[in-house]
Ligand binder design. Structure first.
Ligand code: BTN
Length: 244
């Protein structure tokens, strides 16, 4: 991955650029990186704050031969690869919060947004967007984010990192896991995901579009759906939510 890198100074969103390239036959493994995004997209239609030069804002195009229903597996695979890449590049312990936030010391360091171009029964391209806070200092964060977000530099006494080192560690892991996934399927990705996840085994609150459900996170299904065991013993399937 990354043998074809499209570098942009300023874009709406690297997702938009990558979608456009993918529609025009860009090859698998193409990576779009931007110095800053002025319409960075987060999950659930949120905005993603992408200040210039401090973080890694990039999108990767893959073209796995899978049905659209299996696409969430690639989101979990990406969370595993980003977590491992961050740990390899920095030596700092990182963990995953379901579905795909990466945390250090309980604070969010990275987020993943996957989008798909598909026909009813076949994926044409998956655009994997990764936003990783690297060299932000306290003053770069909006005040309301400080209690729950952090950067690699903040977790390293303010000492900064070379972004190129971090992105290459992540792309290497992404490529390794992707090839493994294509050859051997989702099983080991899921096991690795569960071993890196903070969510599993804990009492949590899941806020979906319509309600808040409490219970113990039991694990994830083959498709990455969170299994929540409620007080009355029944299991709720959580497809999309914020977890506290
Ligand atoms: C989340 O809400 O946690 C997901 C955030 C994903 C942000 C990245 S930054 C690179 C790519 N381009 C975007 O507009 N979003 C993703």
């Amino acid at each position: 991955f990354g043998s074809s890198i499209v570098y942009k100074k300023k874009v709406t969103s690297t997702q938009e650029v990558a979608h456009e390239l993918a529609r025009n036959e860009a090859e698998e493994g193409t990576v779009v990186v931007a110095e800053t995004q002025y319409k960075g997209k987060g999950r659930m239609n949120r905005e993603w704050h992408s200040p210039s030069g401090t973080g890694l804002w990039f999108s990767l195009i893959v073209r796995p031969d899978i049905i659209p229903q299996k696409a969430p597996q690639l989101t979990l695979m990406t969370a595993v690869a980003v977590t491992e890449g961050v740990m390899e590049a920095t030596g700092i312990q990182a963990q995953i919060k379901w579905p795909n936030d990466i945390l250090i010391d309980g604070k969010k360091i990275a987020g993943i947004l996957t989008e798909m171009q598909s026909e009813p029964d076949r994926v044409q391209a998956i655009i994997i967007g990764i936003g990783l806070n690297i060299n932000q200092q306290v003053e770069h964060f909006p005040e309301e984010l400080l209690p729950k977000a952090t950067s690699l530099a903040l977790e390293n006494d303010g000492v900064t990192y070379q972004r190129a080192v971090v992105i290459s560690a992540i792309l290497k892991r992404l490529e390794q896991w992707y090839l493994h996934y294509l050859q051997h399927g989702f099983k080991e990705v899921r096991e690795r995901w569960e071993s890196l996840a903070v969510t599993i085994g804990r009492q949590i609150k899941a806020t979906t579009m319509k309600e808040t459900v409490s219970g113990v996170a039991e694990g994830i299904t083959e498709d990455g759906v969170l299994l929540l065991k409620k007080q009355d013993g029944t299991i709720e399937y959580i497809y999309s939510a914020d977890i506290d």
